[in-house]
Every structure is written in C-alpha cells, then in structure tokens.
Design a protein around this ligand. Structure first.
Ligand SMILES: [Zn+2]
Length: 243
C-alpha cells in the first residue's frame, strides 16, 4: 500500500500542505548591512515549522530561495510615517515567488511590533521568533488575533474555562483547577500580543475579543467566537499581488 501523509485528529483528516515563499532580506541601498543573515531566516522557518506541524503544515526553505533586496527606507518602518502606505505598496510590487512574499527587516514601529501581515506581503523583524512568523502565516491563512481585552472591549470577567468558550476543543474538564479562560487565550498562537508560550492552535473557534474582517476591512473590536483554529485555517496561504 502506498503511504500518504495523512494525519487524523479526531474527526478531521489533514493532509500535509506546503507553501513556497518569496523571501527577501532587506539591505541598505548599497547592499550593505542586511537586516538578518540567511542562517537566521532558516532557523526562523525551522522554528515556525515545529509550531505549524500541529496543523500538518510546513513551509519549505533552502538558502538559495532567500534573496537580498536593497532599500534602506524599508529597513526601519513606522506605521505612523506619512510614506508608510506607499512603501507597503512598493513592497507588494516585488515579484512574488511562490505563494508568500516575506520581508525580513530591522524594526517596525520602533521595537513595538515584530511581525505584520498585509494583503500583499509580510514583515518579520530581526527580533521576531519562529512562533511570531507562524502567527503571521496563519493570518495569511485567514485566522484572526484574539485578546482578553482590546480598546475598551473586554472578556476579562469570563472566569474559569468552560465548554461554551471553545466547544470543539473542550476536553471534558481536563484542565488545571481554576484555569482562567483569559490565561488559556494567552497560550494560543493567535493571541494578539507576544507571550511566553503562544503556540497552541485549537481545532475550532475560541471565545474572546477580536477585530472581524469584513470585505477585506478590519472592523472595530468586538466579543465573539474568534477564528483561531485549524477549522478556519486555509493551509494554502497566498498573498495577493496588489492592494
Ligand atoms: Zn496577529
């Protein structure tokens, strides 16, 4: 019998999928001072693939796939700068090799942000971990950030975990006694901030605060069942070529 890469997780059968990536390390205009090394990029991919293995997904990487691109102005970006949108459009025009377009840069908003996914490309700073990269890949696949609270909307009074908060992942109460739902959120890969162990990918949706996406537009924060799990993940993520 021919062996196939099929894994069974309960009722869901997943097939190992891959996404080829156009990977760019941003350098100064004269080609000096690359934001990171090729070895660094490979280690970030390898770390991310350990996380994405939970959903039978893997991003192949070889050193010759990684290219250098010379743009001093792209190395340290700030979303509040007046030229930010133009720079993002320019980055979105770079040839997309494979399905993803990924730029490794120095910094984003000072050091306040370490990863970002847009419609046409992804930014990963030199301080981002493989888990952060995996988080951004899952955004391309359609998952949303989840928070206990954001911009005045809060579920911090949710109390201990219970079935209605994550019905498809409920394990009949096999949780540490008194585990707060807000603490469970901070373990999820799609938790919107960086935490000490944000790597869990659930099967289904989880109760929390999020900003829904409607017709490609991010909406104000609201409470609800947030798409943070494999059932809402498109494991063939793809950036678009233009905004
Ligand atoms: Zn995010």
């Amino acid at each position: 019998m021919k062996r196939k890469w099929l894994y069974s997780f309960g009722i869901v059968t997943l097939m190992c999928s891959t996404a080829l990536s156009g990977i760019y390390i941003v350098c100064d205009d004269d080609g000096s001072n690359p934001s990171v090394t090729k070895d660094h990029v490979i280690s970030v991919f390898e770390e991310a693939n350990k996380v994405l293995r939970q959903v039978a997904m893997s991003l192949p990487i070889t050193a010759d796939q990684i290219q250098y691109i010379n743009h001093s102005a792209w190395k340290n970006l700030s979303q509040t700068n007046s030229n930010y949108q133009q720079i993002r459009r320019d980055m979105g025009s770079v040839p997309r090799i494979g399905s993803l377009r990924i730029f490794f840069i120095d910094s984003l908003n000072g050091s306040n942000r370490i990863g970002l996914n847009g419609i046409t490309s992804m930014l990963i700073t030199k301080n981002a971990s493989g888990a952060t990269f995996a988080h951004e890949v899952c955004h391309v696949g359609g998952l949303r950030d989840i928070y206990p609270q954001r911009d005045g909307i809060s579920i911090t009074d949710a109390g201990v975990v219970k079935e209605e908060y994550f019905p498809q992942d409920w394990s009949g109460g096999y949780y540490p006694s008194g585990l707060l739902h807000t603490n469970l959120i901070t373990r999820l890969l799609m938790y919107g901030y960086v935490g000490p162990s944000t790597i869990d990918i659930p099967l289904g949706r989880v109760h929390g605060v999020y900003r829904p996406m409607v017709n490609g537009q991010v909406q104000p924060p609201t409470k609800g069942m947030v798409p943070v799990g494999v059932q809402d993940l498109n494991r063939q993520p793809q950036h678009r070529d233009r905004d």
